[in-house]
Design a protein around this ligand. Structure first.
Ligand SMILES: Nc1nc2c(ncn2[C@@H]2O[C@H](COP(=O)(O)OP(=O)(O)OP(=O)(O)O)[C@@H](O)[C@H]2O)c(=O)[nH]1
Ligand SMILES: [Mg+2]
Length: 316
């Protein structure tokens, strides 16, 4: 305790029954540990252009990729969608919090499309926002399964006292590939992930198992990195030089059993009034990784479809 007596630390108040002492470590910057392009205006424009023109592989016959955002309450799922929309709109935008409770909790399933820079048509991916995962209630495995399979209609209002079943109104009983989820993105709060409860971790792991069973790609968006490292809070472009963020990425990669390049640190727009290149570039770098994983999944689908076709032909 650095020479401080217990009496001094507690102001001699004897009613304290438990005291936890944390050491706050200064974060340091080191040479870049993850290579990316750059942080200039041109880099941002290149990324915007790439996302603007992205589309699912033609032969797979899917119009738009569905990316599911899944994570604990308050992790920043809606904020990530708002961040991406803001980048393409060129100003801070906030989706009206309809479908949310007074506390801002999302209670509706929303398949959000994002308008490209031309604002004339949406881009070829949707960010699907769900109710958060909670320790004792929140979204559960059966609901996630229905969402992955494309059974849940856009705009569905979650009802904690009535779990989703095939008799809910609008239930899509014969979903097509356009209704299904093509990539799952777990969203977790980077500032609290190291103290996540065992129960929450178990719940996330059980959802991960469901995603694995369907061979869907999974990535993790680690939000609120501005709260993890003071250098990053000041200047987001130091993210891949920050030892604190590097350690966080390693830890999350271990927790989720995923390769490190599937763990994507982000800082969402939340208090800003204007957009900033560093925040926007980091968000788009993550989106690019997500779209690459989605594309890989779709190419695998194509291979499977091709194999099925050849098998059928050889049977004839
Ligand atoms: N500092 C900081 N705050 C953030 C960040 N991302 C989100 N927040 C804040 O975290 C809070 C929760 O964000 P939401 O986007 O509503 O979280 P959610 O995952 O949709 O939450 P539920 O709908 O309850 O499941 C809001 O107050 C955001 O402003 C971030 O990167 N940094
Ligand atoms: Mg939400």
């Amino acid at each position: 305790m650095g020479g401080v007596s217990t009496e001094e630390l507690t102001n001699n108040i004897k009613t304290i029954t438990e005291l936890e002492v944390y050491r706050v470590k200064d974060s340091v910057l080191v040479p870049t540990w993850r290579e990316i392009g750059g942080w200039e205006q041109q880099d941002l424009e290149d990324l915007i252009n790439e996302m603007d023109t992205w589309s699912p592989p033609h032969d797979v016959g899917i119009k738009s990729a569905n990316i599911l955002l899944l994570g604990p309450q308050g992790a920043g799922k809606l904020s990530f969608f708002n961040t991406i929309t803001s980048v393409f709109r060129g100003r801070i935008t906030r989706q009206a919090v309809c479908g949310s409770s007074e506390q801002g909790l999302t209670l509706k399933y929303r398949m959000h499309s994002v308008q490209g820079t031309a604002l004339t048509k949406p881009m070829k991916f949707k960010l699907c926002d769900t109710r958060g995962i909670e320790q004792n209630q929140g979204i559960d495995g059966t609901e996630v399964n229905y969402i992955l399979e494309g059974n849940i209609p856009n705009g569905y209002q979650f009802n904690p006292s009535k779990p989703i079943s095939p008799d809910v109104s609008g239930f899509v009983s014969t979903p097509t590939m356009d209704d299904k989820i093509h990539c799952v993105c777990f969203v977790i709060d980077g500032s609290t992930v190291t103290v996540m409860s065992e129960k929450m971790l178990e719940k996330i792991k059980s959802l991960q198992t469901k995603v694995c069973q369907k061979d869907l790609p999974q990535l993790v968006l680690v939000t609120k990195i501005d709260k993890v490292c003071a250098h990053v809070e000041e200047d987001i472009s130091t993210v891949f030089q920050s030892v604190a963020i590097q350690e966080l990425v390693d830890k999350v990669s271990d927790m989720f059993g995923l390769p490190r390049n599937h763990v994507l640190p982000v800082k969402n727009y939340e208090k800003e009034l204007t957009i900033r290149n560093d925040v926007s570039i980091l968000a788009l770098l993550s989106l690019r990784q997500i779209l690459h994983a989605t594309e890989d999944f779709m190419f695998n689908l194509l291979d499977l479809m091709d194999k099925d076709r050849k098998d059928t032909e050889s049977w004839k």
